[in-house]
Design a protein. Structure first.
Length: 59
């Protein structure tokens, strides 16, 4: 399966899939769930939360 095919399955562009793969884009919960469903895994199996040390109040 290529990026174009995966994007079509979850209704996003190939570019969005590329950004997710590179770690330059964090998908919405809905998109993360769709991707997990395509691969029949839990969201936690493909996405990991890491705290970047930023506090939302500092922004």
């Amino acid at each position: 399966m290529n990026q174009q095919e995966l994007g079509a399955m979850v209704h996003v562009s190939r570019q969005t899939i590329s950004l997710i793969e590179r770690g330059d884009y964090s998908p919405s919960v809905t998109l993360a769930l769709k991707l997990a469903g395509v691969f029949d895994v839990k969201v936690e199996d493909i996405f990991v939360y890491t705290d970047d040390g930023k506090d939302d109040a500092d922004e």
